[in-house]
Design a protein around this ligand. Structure first.
Ligand SMILES: CC(C)(COP(=O)(O)OP(=O)(O)OC[C@H]1O[C@@H](n2cnc3c(N)ncnc32)[C@H](O)[C@@H]1OP(=O)(O)O)[C@@H](O)C(=O)NCCC(=O)NCCS
Length: 141
């Protein structure tokens, strides 16, 4: 998903609001401020049913990073590059905010390989332990 100049400007302004929703390339982008943190939900729906979601978290106490999680595409719609569009949107957001992106991946899974192809590397000195069987990965912007 590519954000044109106009959408990027909306996004930039939205970060400071309590809540904002807009459409980009058939995805619904919903920003919600929760206390001092910001959650950005990317949702794709078909016939009023959610078929794909992901969330980017911007934490107030971390100026350097943005977290990508809760990525899921309904089975029927997989392998059509929907997740690719969603993570690309997240990476544009990271670039816009000048933050590195980080996420967890199931160790040794094809998802880890996919994230590596996108430029993510394993983080070995993370502040928090990832859940069992998972590793932290990050991509410098
Ligand atoms: C992970 C998930 C979101 C991928 O969604 P998707 O829309 O099918 O992914 P895309 O079509 O954009 O494909 C992304 C890449 O993964 C590869 N890929 C997709 N499904 C794959 C599979 N089952 N096995 C191996 N590679 C696969 C694609 O070839 C593509 O690689 P490329 O860009 O190098 O060509 C989806 O499989 C899913 O929801 N899984 C269950 C939830 C989950 O595990 N979430 C991830 C948490 S880390």
């Amino acid at each position: 998903m590519e954000l044109n100049k106009e959408k990027l400007e909306i996004l930039k302004q939205s970060i400071n609001k309590i809540e904002s929703t807009f459409i980009a390339d058939s995805f619904l982008i919903n920003l919600i401020r929760v206390n001092e943190d910001v959650e950005i939900w990317i949702i794709k729906s078909i016939n009023a049913k959610f078929i794909a979601t992901s969330t980017s978290y911007i934490y107030n106490d971390d100026d350097d990073n943005i977290l990508f999680c809760s990525l899921r595409v309904e089975e029927k719609y997989r392998n059509s590059k929907i997740a690719t569009k969603m993570i690309n949107f997240h990476l544009e957001l990271a670039k816009l905010l000048n933050r590195n992106s980080y996420l967890t991946a199931s160790e040794g899974s094809w998802m880890q390989g996919w994230y590596e192809r996108l430029g993510y590397k394993e983080v070995t000195d993370a502040d928090y332990e990832a859940k069992e069987g998972y590793i932290w990965m990050s991509k410098n912007i």
